[in-house]
Design a protein around this ligand. Structure first.
Ligand SMILES: [Zn+2]
Ligand SMILES: [Zn+2]
Length: 161
């Protein structure tokens, strides 16, 4: 599999994982590989379907166990809005993250906005919350999709016919 451009990236992720005390098993690496390769959020069931041809023993439960591990070690993020998972764009350091999720094409942009992070922290503090989850998910229409949309007579935006 050395001809895959993802292989080097996966090795890097595996090294980060090891540094954090995690053991990258074959199945964990396979799940991570699919997420890196697809560059879009995938559900556990989609991952199961993608992995099945290579490994018949894969079940949704085993995929979830791998995902839990990968999320815990900061290599993958969980998207609550779409109940899916995406490989982290900058896994080198732990971070609060904001996702911009396109309703139309499903693409996701991962942002690491320091002002958002500070604002979230401040909000929790002011309202007396000890935050344990700082992910912010914003939904809308992405740039490329926006230019592909047309306004209807009554001002609604729809995909161009
Ligand atoms: Zn990330
Ligand atoms: Zn889009």
């Amino acid at each position: 599999m050395t001809d895959m451009p993802e292989a080097g990236l996966l090795d890097g992720l595996e090294a980060i994982c090891r540094k954090r005390g995690g053991r990258m098993t074959r199945q964990r690496r396979a799940v991570l590989g699919k997420l890196v390769e697809n560059r879009r959020p995938l559900s556990a069931y989609e991952l199961r379907d993608l992995l099945r041809p290579e490994d018949a023993s894969v079940t949704p439960a085993s995929v979830y166990r791998c995902l839990d591990f990968l999320v815990e070690h900061g290599l993958v993020h969980r998207l609550e809005t779409t109940r899916s998972f995406i490989a982290c764009d900058h896994p080198e350091h732990p971070h609060a993250v904001q996702f911009l999720i396109c309703r139309q094409c499903g693409s996701v942009v991962e942002a690491e906005d320091k002002r958002m992070e500070a604002a979230t922290e401040d909000l929790g503090h002011r309202l007396g919350f000890a935050l344990d989850q700082r992910t912010v998910e914003l939904t809308g229409i992405c740039g490329p999709c926006k230019t592909d949309t047309c306004k209807t007579g009554d001002g609604r935006t729809v995909p161009c016919a």
